[in-house]
Ligand binder design. Structure first.
Ligand code: ATP
Length: 453
């Protein structure tokens, strides 16, 4: 079996587990689905929140120089004109001339083994024609053209040019538009950052690879405002912080790679961009990006909105428009990296076992509590006491008395629960319980008092 097939098999196993156990479902599935959309079930939503809350704690709550914002998804159309999105937020598109199905030209070329970085539309068309590259259906392809990825909509009852708006394709612009508000309310010292988490929407030409490339997804972004003379040192600090983040997610150091984006592939306003890639089961792909965006966005606002974006250094007359370093994190890609790192198959007592080796602080459920036998009233009563105490303390605790103990362990292993607590007849005598550990499958006796304190 080829390496690619083995990797795809792992991906399929994760997708199937995610669906079967209530992490992630296809969006609108009962109606046949809506491509590029995903719904989160009880375990998925908790995993997602754990990741987002960890990020918020690390980058907002634990720091003195960060301000959280939560901007509206719908924004004035001038935001997207000034930022360049209306004109340039595009991907290269080709059409299958027979079926009219549309594909990302750069992806087709990449899949065929060509380096497409920095290629113009004309150059891509030429590569396709010179090498008679066909669509995945085996048909001829059209010329390459651009396709704007923003979802267009109208706001209000009148449908005309002035009512056009877009579902935001990134959260960043909602930060830039609030920069002045935060300056006026807080007057922070430079450097300082604004952080936001929230939905972003991109009409991806071909959504694929589970949640990796979705049409509706979630971002966690920071605009870190700096004095331009300090950009190199600040950028280095952010590289370090990104690694701290991937460590906190429990991702193996050797699977996270820095890709220095060359000048030809960087946005024209960016002086340095580093993409952080991860070895996903589908291959090495972008997990998140870090870019030095200069003063591009604030100057765009200053010019288009006619509002002064300058920062005055406290106690001086020195004024300038701050520059910005932007770490941009995708939640879905973080989830996919965490799930694929956690997914493990091993053998216990001669039987195949599938388990999620999730870090304890990310696991949707921390403890599963059960009585050894569910028809023994005294065991159930005692187990309920332990369950109530743990639930009160941790919240993410479940009651599980279905099937035999072995089955319960397997079920909890599969969703990454680090600890199973079993109340047996000894518990009634000595107030101890068995705590079984997911990864090692080892069991130890622990006093109820110690467990619940
Ligand atoms: P790609 O090259 O993979 O399309 P990008 O460079 O366009 O990504 P950015 O615009 O830098 O992505 O967005 C920042 C982050 O948002 C990405 O690193 C990724 O984590 C996430 N992201 C972007 N597009 C998607 C998508 N369609 N689905 C899920 N996450 C996404």
């Amino acid at each position: 079996m080829s390496d690619k097939n083995i990797k795809n098999e792992k991906m399929e196993a994760i997708v199937s587990l995610a669906k079967r156990r209530g992490f992630i479902y296809q969006g609108s599935e009962v109606y046949g689905g809506l491509s590029g959309t995903w719904d989160y079930g009880p375990l998925g939503v908790t995993l997602k929140r754990n990741i987002m809350n960890l990020w918020w704690k690390m980058f907002v709550d634990d720091r003195e120089d960060m301000y959280g914002v939560d901007a509206a998804i719908l924004m004035n159309q001038n935001v997207w004109k000034a930022s360049g999105h209306v004109d340039t937020f595009t991907d290269p598109l080709v059409e299958d001339l027979e079926t009219k199905q549309r594909f990302r030209a750069d992806h087709l070329l990449k899949d065929a083994g060509y380096d497409v970085d920095g290629l113009s539309l004309e150059a891509m068309t030429k590569l396709i024609q010179d090498n008679t590259i066909k669509s995945p259906n085996g048909n001829e392809l059209s010329e390459v053209r651009t396709f704007n990825m923003m979802f267009k909509t109208t706001v209000g009852p009148v449908d005309d040019e002035s009512s056009i708006s877009y579902l935001r394709p990134e959260t960043a612009q909602g930060i830039f538009t609030n920069y002045k508000n935060i300056l006026d309310s807080y007057y922070p010292d430079l450097p300082f950052g604004l952080a936001q988490q929230g939905k972003a929407f991109r009409n991806e030409i071909s959504p694929r690879d589970f949640i990796f490339r979705s049409r509706e997804f979630e971002q966690m972004e920071i605009e870190y405002f700096i004095d331009p003379s300090t950009w190199e040192a600040e950028f280095e600090k952010w590289i370090g912080l990104v690694h701290e983040w991937t460590n906190a997610l429990g991702l193996p150091v050797e699977s996270v790679h820095e890709l220095e984006v060359g000048e030809a592939d960087r946005a024209h306003y960016s002086k340095r961009t580093v993409d952080f890639e991860f070895d996903f089961p589908i291959g090495r792909e972008e997990l998140l990006g870090l870019a030095y965006r200069t003063d591009f966005d604030l100057m765009n606002i200053q010019n288009a909105a006619g509002k002064n974006m300058e920062y005055t250094v406290k106690g001086t007359n020195t004024k300038f428009v701050p520059h910005v370093i932007e770490p941009s994190f995708g939640v879905e890609r973080a989830i996919m990296a965490v799930l694929s790192t956690a997914y493990t198959e091993d053998e216990v007592n001669g039987e195949k076992r599938i388990y999620l080796k999730l870090p304890e602080h990310l696991a949707p459920i921390k403890y599963a509590v059960s009585p050894l036998l569910k028809n023994k009233e005294e065991l159930v009563v005692k187990a309920r006491e332990v369950y109530d105490a743990l639930k009160k303390k941790h919240g993410n605790v479940v009651w599980d008395d279905n099937g035999n103990i072995g089955k319960r362990y397997r079920r909890q292993d599969e969703i990454g629960t680090p600890y199973c607590v079993v109340i047996d007849f000894d518990s009634l005598e000595d107030n101890t319980v068995t705590v079984r550990e997911r990864d090692s499958t080892e069991q130890r006796r622990v006093s109820i008092e110690e467990l619940c304190q």
